[in-house]
Design a protein around this ligand. Structure first.
Ligand code: GLC
Length: 536
């Protein structure tokens, strides 16, 4: 049987470069720091890296506001550092994805500076400009994440421009073919430098209603649906995102990627899709699976940590999956509270086991392999522009630096240098402390990843839920014929769980456990992945 394309069961490790490793002592991580940790990542056993933005930027949104798409911001290094990083990753068999931000640029991008010179600018139509509404005021009722108008008046021309996020991040007009061509050239620039693909930021936002109709008025409790990060609901017919015309745009984008080859040479798109209606989500694969390779579903981040809810989510997502497509799972991002804080420190290991044993691709957020909790951020330490406006929206707690060691600067930065955000300490210790501890989350993550590579049952094959006691999530993964199967038992309670010598009438053998000291039949608070006879 042919090996599946590399990306179908990839384990993608998200690096937030600002917080990974600071090699030049400015308190901010850099590309050389990422390169220096390639051996760590390779030993961990992930196969793909995704780097959040490192492009030239005024950093109003920490790099998602791109000023120059093809330059590395000096804070992070230069293009030679980037090339060195890609070469080091490839030499270790790791693929590299980078962030691609199609929906907006920084207001300091030369395209916008040009557009802003007036209605006669040849680049005026690269962004979305409109006259005020007939009675004055913004052209329609669209709002940003912060509940403010998504339109800002440009006093000089008397017209408004559209921005789904900060007013310093104007939205590009993807309906203009020149914009698409310029953005495809940006993709080619990085593909030519050897990247294996892109994580497409805010993928649903690039196509809006061409008539810019008002959004339906938000009823009580539905206001979140009007905000880009809150996701959208196909029932609501929002007009500021997810217009069906985006499919043609992603088919064009896919053709750019496909021109670089397939199989091991395939370059891929991983799409940030905040849709929680799985039918709507599944459309991003494309009718012929000719759009986004891996649309991310964020379901695990929004589902209560409870067996029934998780099982229903997995079933719904798989049920909505087009034939031939694979799902992508994620438990942590730079935009959400840390998984260890969300599910509780005792459940972090179960969350890791779940993430890495579901069928399809998985995304692991840096630090989650250490059980890193949310950092405590005092009001003076808030850096996130969302948090500066709305403290509850602050994403800083999940963005704190990697705790590499217990030494000064946590091994993240030099002694005496203040890291850009306070460092949080994982209960299991720093990476160095967890390194040689067989009971650490780091060791467990390595063991699960090794099992995932070795055992055909953990490929993109079948999953079947099994009956389990209250509070326990149990499922069987089965690989291709002859590949055997694995039973995964996740104890989501905080009490002990007794597993008998047989499960469903079959004997079993332990492959690994979150409680390595537990005997095969001993009481265990842990969780197991174990495999019945290989031919079952
Ligand atoms: C995405 C990013 C987030 C950013 C936003 C605007 O959701 O993950 O960090 O702020 O897009 O680009």
């Amino acid at each position: 049987t042919a090996t599946p394309p590399w990306w179908r069961d990839a384990v993608i490790y998200q690096v937030y470069p600002r917080s990974f490793l600071d090699t030049d002592g400015d308190g901010v991580g850099d590309l050389r720091g990422v390169a220096r940790r390639i051996p760590y990542l390779s030993r961990l056993g992930v196969d793909t890296l995704w780097l959040s933005p490192f492009f030239s930027s005024p950093m109003a949104d920490f790099g998602y506001d791109v000023r120059d798409h093809t330059a590395v911001d000096p804070l992070f290094g230069d293009l030679a550092d980037f090339d060195g990083l890609v070469a080091a990753a490839h030499a270790h068999g790791l693929r590299v994805l980078i962030d691609y931000v199609p929906n907006h640029t920084s207001g300091e991008h030369p395209w916008f500076r040009d557009a802003r010179t007036g209605p006669l600018s040849p680049r005026r139509d690269w962004y979305v400009w409109r006259d005020p509404a007939p009675g004055g005021g913004p052209p329609n009722n669209w709002i940003t994440l912060f509940g403010e108008s998504a339109w800002t008046l440009d006093a000089e021309s008397g017209q408004y421009y559209l921005h789904s996020f900060l007013s310093s991040m104007p939205d590009l007009n993807w309906r203009n073919p020149a914009v698409r061509e310029a953005m495809f050239d940006v993709a080619r620039f990085w593909l030519d430098r050897g990247v294996d693909g892109f994580r497409v930021d805010c993928a649903p936002l690039i196509a809006k209603d061409p008539a810019l109709r008002d959004n339906p008025a938000a009823g009580a409790g539905t206001v979140a649906h009007h905000r880009p990060m809150g996701g959208y609901d196909s029932q609501l017919h929002l007009h500021d995102q997810a217009h069906p015309d985006l499919h043609a745009m992603y088919r064009e984008f896919r053709a750019v990627l496909d021109a670089y080859g397939d199989g091991p040479a395939a370059r891929i798109a991983l799409g940030e899709i905040h849709a929680y209606d799985w039918q709507a989500w599944s459309r991003y694969f494309g009718r012929e699976l000719d759009e986004i390779h891996l649309p991310i579903n964020f379901g695990l981040l929004r589902t209560p940590w409870e067996p029934g809810a998780i099982r229903d989510l997995v079933r719904e997502v798989l049920g909505a999956l087009p034939a031939g497509a694979v799902p992508t799972w994620v438990t942590g991002t730079h935009d959400d509270p840390r998984v260890a804080s969300r599910v509780g420190r005792d459940q972090a290991a179960n969350a890791m086991l779940l993430l890495l044993t579901l069928p399809g691709a998985a995304i692991l957020y840096n630090g989650d392999e250490l059980g890193l909790p949310d950092a405590h951020i005092t009001p003076e330490d808030i850096r996130d522009p969302w948090g500066l406006r709305t403290p509850e929206l602050s994403r800083d707690p999940a963005r704190s630096p990697m705790p590499w060691s217990d030494g000064p600067g946590a091994g993240f930065t030099r002694a005496g240098v203040r890291p850009w955000l306070p460092v949080a300490r994982p209960p299991g210790g720093s990476a160095a402390a967890q390194e040689d501890d067989p009971g650490s989350l780091l060791s467990l993550t390595r063991a699960v990843l090794a099992l995932r590579r070795a055992h055909p049952a953990l490929g993109p094959g079948a999953i079947e839920f099994a009956d389990a006691p209250e509070g326990v999530l149990a499922y069987t993964r089965t690989g291709p014929p002859g590949g055997g199967s694995l039973l995964i038992t996740l104890n989501l309670t905080d009490g002990p769980l007794h597993i008998g010598k047989t499960v469903a009438g079959r004997p079993w053998e332990r492959h690994l456990s979150t409680a390595p000291e537990a005997g095969a039949t001993a009481a265990s608070r842990g969780t197991d992945a174990h495999g019945p006879d290989p031919d079952v």
